[in-house]
Design a binder for this molecule. Sequence first.
Ligand code: HEM
Ligand code: HEM
Length: 204
Amino acid sequence: MQLKNTQGRFGIVAMSLHWLMFVLIAGMLALGLYMTSLPDGEPKWEWYSIHKSFGLLIFVLLLIRILWRMYDMVPPLPDGLKAIERFLAHLTHYGVYLALIILPFSGYVDSSAGDYHLAFFDFFDIPKLIPKNKALEDISVIAHQAVAYSLIALLVMHIAGALKHHLVLEDDVLRRMLPFKLRKNVTTYPPLRQHHRQEPTEYR
Ligand code: HEM
Ligand code: HEM
């Protein structure tokens, strides 16, 4: 498999970033919902610190991904899609990128304007550039939450789209984002009834 994308396939770099970020973002959404439901106390703040560190890691990966996307070509969608399907695919992709920019940004503003602990794991503290400001803190918490829920909706659309391409349209869109081979089409085997009809002549 190649490092760079080709006309018909994503390369190792784009694919690795996609699936690594899938695991991290799915974890972050689950962790965000879980940690905010905990009662105030040390375990909750521990989870908050982990959430912030991974959020910043995702932000760095996102920057690498956007730079790589600008440098590399993006495999075009298959011909024959309806204009609305093309539009929805692009809307979902750009929507996901936008949400992934706003989430770390609003998370950072929340932590800085609230003057909370902000560090990258135990490695180093992150400078808080925004002075304490309760109104700004409240707005950024609401924005973070609203964008997190919008991201969940976008991802439901994204995954439904990928499955529609594979199962209904039966094109290569899902397959070209996967590092392993998926069987192209189950109906390449003769259908069962036809199989039965091919009995040896001596039984006829
Ligand atoms: C891809 C990145 C991120 C995702 C998917 C994400 C997701 C979430 C979710 C789902 C919640 C729970 C929302 C709720 O129901 O209240 C949450 C809360 C929170 N997130 Fe993030 N987050 C991300 C990045 C960050 C970053 C980078 C920071 C900080 C630097 C951060 C700080 C927080 C804080 C402080 C809360 C709790 C807000 C509150 O007190 O209600 N997040 N996040
Ligand atoms: C957290 C979860 C996910 C995120 C954030 C995400 C994000 C993205 C983004 C931003 C793109 C656009 C790539 C580009 O043009 O730069 C993309 C492409 C793609 N994703 Fe995901 N994705 C996620 C989960 C999934 C899952 C679970 C599947 C499979 C069921 C999937 C299948 C695909 C496929 C097939 C493409 C290529 C679409 C094309 O060829 O245009 N993604 N993803």
